[in-house]
Design a protein around this ligand. Sequence first.
Ligand code: C2E
Ligand code: CA
Ligand code: CA
Length: 570
Amino acid sequence: MGTSAKGLSFNWDPERHLAAIIDASEDAIISKDLEGIIRSWSRGAERLYGYTAAEVLDRNISILIPPDRRQETDEILVKLAEGKPVEKIETTRIKKDGSAINVLISASPIKNQSNQIVGAAIVSQDITGQKLSEEKLRHQYYHDLLTGLPNRIAFQERLAYAIEGAKITQKKLGILLIDLDRFNIINNSLGHPIGDRLVQEVALRLMSALFGRDFIARLGGDEFCILVENMEFEESAAKLGQKILDSFRPSFCFDGQELFVTASIGITVFPDDASSAAALIRNADTAMYRAKEQGGNKFQFYRSSMNVTAYKQLTLENTLRKALEKQEFVVYYQPQIETKSGKIVEVESLVRWMHPTMGLKFPDEFIHAAELTGVIEPLGEWALFESLRQLRLWHDDGFMISMALNFSNRQLKRPDMAKIVLASLEETNVDPKFLAIEVTENTFIEHSQSLLDSMQELRKMGVKFSIDDFNTGYSSLSYIKKYPVEMLKIDKSFVQGIPNNAKDSAIAQSIIALGHSLEMLVVAEGVETQQQAQFLTERNCDRLQGFLFSPAVPPDQLTKFLKSDKQKIP
Ligand code: C2E
Ligand code: CA
Ligand code: CA
């Protein structure tokens, strides 16, 4: 018999081989008498608890039991005293070094030859490792690996739990669903590692915007959800929404690349909008898409009327197509003045909708919808033809001005873009060098070979390209080298601050310098005051456009300007 199993024979006569089996076992096998005094102690027990047999034999087994497990132990003892075995109880024990371990305990009563219970044999198995991996699995099940935030499953459970609580407290819950605007473009153009880092940074920004008790989870991709509990008013959710939008204002920076990122937020409220977790998340999603439809970078509360979106979109598309058929769209023209000569050198074509009952509608009321529904393609084609037709008339009158046209991304990405433009030029018999196409920087975030090909084809024919709303997009400047662009338009948001806002003035000035160093023409738009015009002229801005000179006007009115401008070529 081994030393460690010493004493196993008290009041009992075991087979010799039993001792060998006991000592070979990984598990701790201990026997104790009715007083709880340890009577045998296997090698496995030495390994598990850290005590040698000599240290524990004749001591009370309570040295292994943490105080919070005393009651449980008493219950086990009662069972054993009744002659019943105890199977696989998960509990904790204390090792010699004082540390706690997770063990699985089974015990059976030991009887003497007269069938009286004299003690118990206890087998304890170390499950600390198993516990840890269960803990780890549990963590992985409820958390998102990339950000370490709770995941969709955790959010759904937490929300369901909060709903039960809110039913009792009669408080409201706010659910905010946050989705980054144009994340796909960033992810595809800058690569997934940058996309991942952006998501991590976004998680940090969101967390810093939260108030102590709000719960945040990443639902997947670039989608996050926040739960606000114990809400008194809807305004608290709105305030948080605004705080989040504000937190995105400073740019993100990765490997020297500066990224401007905005988000769309959908907000829904329990119990006003829905009573189940699933319906609330769906509502928040619907509201979030509505925020995106309105151009993003905003929050939007859910309204039950939103569920008719698909139907509405269809009627919107029909309305726009009908308007186009019924020739309700018209083109207005806004002049661009050359600073050197003070003359009109170009006009920008800006579409208006003459609504039969609602009157004149501006592009901000229909261009986005036209892009969404695809109507922008026929509308854009029509505007191009109509503007060139008008330009032909001006050229015939001897006013050799250029025409600038706005092209949305959807139009530009058409594989037949160049063909359509060249056909219009040919049909109206306008020299391509009088056409300038305005595109925004965001067009170039995602490289498109077909766009580059179209632009190069048109450029070869003499068509020019200018960057509209320069410096407001997400793109890095590198596209300027790759794509054939001849002109930069300083966005009116920078012109507005001139000359009092030092930052705006500095930005405008550096755009002029930048444009010139790249041998491009620089146009300032939104010029409303004499001081702005003077500031820009002094800094060699090539052209000015804005209300100071003229808003966009119908063609006959522009003809009058041209005539008074006396730039008729003899
Ligand atoms: P945009 O290309 O940036 O056009 C300039 C906008 O600024 C025009 O608004 C113009 O009326 C306005 N604006 C001009 N001078 C001033 C000024 O001094 N102060 C202020 N505050 N605003 C000024 P509009 O006509 O409402 O057009 C809005 C946008 O709609 C345009 O922005 C353009 O992106 C889009 N758009 C217009 N026509 C078309 C079109 O035919 N196709 C496409 N794809 N987009 C168009
Ligand atoms: Ca423009
Ligand atoms: Ca613009």
